[in-house]
Write a new protein. Structure first.
Length: 164
């Protein structure tokens, strides 16, 4: 099993505001779908609830929702009470951790890889991505130099990091 954290962040590691992304980057959503298809996607309850109803559950993936709420119902997803339980449920499947901040913090010590999209925009936010320390090394960047330009006008780049 490989555990990969995946997120998009703006300046100052902002990943959310009021439970939603404070930008629109369709290219990042397409990449998320391509990378996670056929795998197990683990997310917290708030992240699950932030997905538009028409995308819940994420099609073509095993959806696992971590929550402390007893008897929480997430139609189409497996509901567990801890990250450890989510990882056990995944078995040998590759696992993609899709947030939120608390789940990222819990999963970071267990992760093998991070796929991080940096959106070059200043936005207000109340949720931040975890800090990646010196144990993480960039092993790939897209594009290798410069930035992509989104159809929405935002500049962004994607980096893959692995634990040393």
């Amino acid at each position: 099993m490989t555990v990969t954290l995946i997120w998009a962040e703006a300046a100052d590691r902002i990943i959310g505001l009021g439970g939603v992304l404070p930008w629109h980057l369709p290219e990042d959503m397409r990449q998320f779908k391509e990378l996670t298809m056929g795998s197990t996607v683990v997310m917290g309850r708030v992240t699950w609830e932030s997905l538009p109803a028409k995308f819940r559950p994420l099609p073509g993936r095993r959806n696992v929702v971590v929550t402390r709420q007893v008897a929480y119902d997430a139609p189409g997803a497996d509901v567990v009470s801890s990250l450890e339980e989510a990882l056990m449920l995944a078995g040998d499947d590759d696992v993609w951790v899709a947030g939120g901040a608390s789940i990222y913090e819990q999963a970071l010590p267990l992760a093998d890889r991070v796929v991080r999209t940096r959106v070059h925009v200043q936005v207000e936010g109340d949720t931040r991505a975890p800090v990646l320390d010196a144990a993480w090394t960039m092993v790939g960047r897209d594009p290798e130099s410069g930035l992509h330009k989104s159809e929405t006008g935002l500049d962004y780049c994607i980096a893959t990091l692995e634990r040393r």
